[in-house]
Design a protein around this ligand. Structure first.
Ligand SMILES: [Zn+2]
Length: 436
């Protein structure tokens, strides 16, 4: 089935004006499509008529995550027989959100990833260990698999568990690329040391799920740990399950590219007005060429910024910087604001700190109380505990401009706190504030 003609062209070399013209057309096509097929948008768009292109996109109302959850199947634009697969978002709170995909939508996802792999220098000769969840309604594992298949690469579908088996596979099959979560890469390297194994074939790592970049695109402490442990070139990505899209890093490592024929991106300030390039705001996306559940102006809740001008790789496709936090996770502390990610980064910089878990509570006078459990080998009884604590305080003061309440624990205990959500992702931040 091809409801929408999937004339996907490579947009890598398009100039700004050509991108704009293409997106004007795609927005009108998407509006016409949802106005005829989507019960949700038929009701919402009602009287909006004066849209001639992306410059008018502000006339379309934003859709927030909770609205999507409530609407869920009302977003569906196709019949049951046209659904090829159903995936779900990874949220740890609230109702689940199911996203249906047609065969065309899966092809579109695969094309998004295929383009990423080729900008990274992968090709049919690449051998890729896909060490991420392949089931449990997880969209990314399937998307990588399909994208690698489209690229013609060799695929080792090892899944996200069993560190020992992953290492044995590396030793015998010699993959040159791995796709994994950064913290899993660190677990693999600890396990390799324990077992006396030394896999040396990997050249590149595609790291998903956790950010490895600072706002200047250099590696953050987590990214550095993976680079040092494996001596590989790391690539980062940021995906939005709801929008069936991934923003991806090219070989210039200068931000996350999006493909303008698949998605339109906006960065909005507090009053829902676009902010200038380089300024932080909320990422809002509109999908193009999606058949089953297209989205218009979906407000992601993620904060990031647009990067101006063409990339060093030569492409003018739109780029964003790394996500600096969730809009709802902003912490108000002692006259400043800080995001949990900044606290985590400041702590992981400290030698001896293995991991951490952050909890926020409501404090007095509209401020938040923040408590952090810091994992170091040996926990409180470690002779280094006091020195690490001192170092952690100065690092937090220097880069997060704020010192939360710190408690030393063992990495194993922190690991248990991180896994409490029960989902695929480790949950570093727990929000116990009233109204959250
Ligand atoms: Zn680039």
């Amino acid at each position: 089935l091809k409801i929408i003609e999937n004339y996907i062209e490579d947009t890598h070399n398009l100039e700004d004006a050509a991108i704009k013209e293409m997106q004007d057309g795609l927005l009108l096509e998407t509006l016409a499509y949802v106005s005829e097929r989507s019960p949700y948008y038929m009701e919402r768009l009602g009287s909006i008529v004066d849209i001639s292109g992306v410059d008018d996109i502000g006339l379309i109302p934003l859709t927030r995550r909770d609205e999507l959850q409530d609407a869920n199947w009302d977003l569906l634009c196709v019949g049951r027989k046209d659904i090829a697969e159903v995936v779900a978002t990874t949220g740890t709170t609230g109702k689940p959100l199911f996203i249906a995909l047609t065969a065309g939508d899966i092809e579109r996802l695969a094309e998004n990833e295929r383009r990423w792999f080729s900008t990274m220098g992968l090709g049919p000769e690449s051998m890729v260990q896909v060490a991420v969840t392949m089931d449990n309604l997880f969209v990314a594992g399937m998307a990588y698999y399909k994208g690698l298949e489209a690229l013609g690469a060799g695929i080792i579908r090892s899944g996200a568990s069993n560190a020992k088996r992953q290492l044995e596979l590396m030793n015998s099959l010699k993959p040159d690329v791995i796709i994994a979560v950064p913290s899993f890469m660190l677990k693999l390297s600890r396990e390799a040391k324990k077992l006396g194994l030394k896999p040396e074939s990997l050249k590149k790592a595609l790291l998903i799920g956790e950010t490895i970049r600072r706002v200047d695109m250099a590696s953050n402490p987590l990214g550095k740990l993976v680079e040092e442990a494996w001596n590989v070139e790391c690539f980062s990505t940021y995906g939005i399950t709801e929008a069936s899209v991934a923003f991806t890093e090219c070989a210039s490592h200068a931000g996350f590219h999006s493909h303008p024929d698949l998605i339109f991106t906006e960065i909005l300030g507090d009053n829902a007005v676009p902010v200038p390039d380089g300024e932080v705001g909320e990422l809002v996306v509109t999908t193009f060429k999606v058949e089953a559940m297209p989205l218009l102006r979906y407000a992601t809740g993620d904060l990031c910024f647009k990067i101006e001008g063409p990339c060093d790789c030569g492409s003018s496709t739109p780029r964003i910087g790394p996500v600096i936090g969730r809009k709802a996770q902003k912490l108000k502390v002692k006259g400043t604001t800080v995001y949990p990610g900044a606290i985590e980064n400041a702590l992981l910089k400290v030698a001896g700190v293995v991991n951490c878990h952050i909890t926020a509570y409501s404090g007095e006078a509209g401020t938040d109380l923040v408590k952090v459990v810091v994992g170091i080998d040996g926990g409180v009884s470690s002779p280094a505990a006091q020195a690490v604590l001192q170092e952690a305080r100065s690092s937090l003061k220097a880069s997060a401009r704020f010192t939360p309440e710190l408690e030393i624990s063992t990495p194993e205990d922190v690991e248990r706190l991180l896994s409490l959500g029960g989902g695929r992702k480790k949950v570093v931040f727990k929000d116990m504030r009233e109204g959250q």
